[in-house]
Design a binder for this molecule. Structure first.
Ligand code: CP
Ligand code: NVA
Length: 332
């Protein structure tokens, strides 16, 4: 498998075999990290990490992964660089491509990360756009495989805003990998028809299925994985909160949902999560709407079925695999 020089912008660009290769590489790297075996083969290489939106996991995963591999990294935050204000994406890409061996981008439209990739001349990695979050997918799939020993035939139910980066990306990943994807939410939050059709094409090859349903009981019945995400994503206006809370509360992940899913079921969330009032926004919404949580109850979040911190850890191992595979020159 040779992914050297490839960009990592969406899993749509990768075959099932390529995705499985990245998962196997991630598992090997995780094992090495646990055993303290160094993988610092990239001394003298450098990566640029562009974040136009906030991040804990993705930023730290890239920085720790780069450091573990002996590379230098530069964090470019929402302010402080010339990008966007005085310098176009195209020019920024050509400048960074002269200094760095790879570039991570987190921000707004998918078209921006595509433009960066077009002009950079070095691999570009999507650290989240409005449309897709592909590095998160590898961590999620690794976590599911660790729990169930397989991916094929696993039923994953996504509850909440399925039109955005997480719903879209999970539908792509599941349909490529022969899994059963269910978007369980009100129909205004279903993924776009265009993406559903594309994914049905992948599903026809892999044996996956795609179901869109508003019915919680049948949608979550006997599921292996119940997945949710925040109801309002980064970059969305504050005035959508009230409508989202009203429309998506029926799709909150509760103990009842987990019981309907079955004993073997696990709970996943890309995080950060609103499961209590220990955050500024969680507290604000609690005061405004008289609620204690949002997309998931604290009971489910803290339950043994919840594997969210394994999932968060796996961000680092999988991002390391993406960098190694696309930068190449890795000595096993
Ligand atoms: N899941 C995820 O991407 O988290 P951050 O926003 O903290 O990077
Ligand atoms: N949908 C969320 C994902 C965060 C990891 C957002 O875009 O804010």
């Amino acid at each position: 498998m040779d992914l050297k020089g490839r960009n990592f912008l969406t899993l749509k660009d990768f075959s099932k075999e390529e995705i499985l290769y990245l998962l196997d590489l991630s598992a090997k790297l995780k094992d090495k990290k646990k055993k303290g075996i160094p993988v610092d083969y990239y001394k003298g290489k450098n990566v640029a990490l562009i974040f136009e939106k906030d991040s804990t996991r993705t930023r730290c995963a890239f920085e720790v992964a780069a450091h573990d591999m002996g590379m230098g990294s530069t964090y470019l935050g929402p302010t402080g660089s010339q990008m966007g204000k005085k310098e176009s994406i195209e020019d920024t890409a050509r400048v960074l491509g002269r200094m760095y061996d790879g570039i991570e981008y987190r921000g707004f439209g998918q078209s921006i990360v595509e433009e960066l990739a077009q002009y950079a001349g070095v691999p570009v990695w999507n650290g989240l756009t409005n449309e897709f979050h592909p590095t998160q997918m590898l961590a999620d799939m690794l976590t599911i495989r660790e729990q169930f020993g397989r991916l094929e035939g696993i039923k994953l139910v996504y509850m909440g805003d399925a039109r955005y980066n997480m719903g879209n990306s999970l539908m792509v990943a599941c349909s490529k990998l022969g899994m059963h994807f269910v978007a369980c939410t009100t129909k205004d939050y279903f993924p776009s028809q265009e993406l559903v059709e594309q994914c049905k094409g992948y599903a026809a090859e892999s044996g996956a299925t795609i179901t869109l349903t508003e019915d919680v009981e049948s949608g979550t019945k006997d599921a292996d994985v119940i997945y949710t995400d925040v109801w309002v994503s980064m970059g969305e206006p504050d005035d959508v909160w009230e409508k989202r809370i009203r429309e998506l509360t029926p799709y909150k992940v509760t103990k009842k949902v987990m019981e309907n899913a079955g004993e073997q079921a696990i709970f996943l969330h890309c995080l950060p999560a609103f499961h209590d009032q220990k955050t500024t926004i969680g507290k604000q919404m609690g005061d405004r709407f008289g609620i204690e949580d949002m997309e998931v109850t604290d009971e489910v979040f803290e339950s043994v079925q919840s594997k969210v911190f394994d999932e968060a850890e796996n961000r680092m191992h999988t991002i390391k695999a993406v960098m190694i595979a696309t930068l190449g020159e890795f000595e096993e």
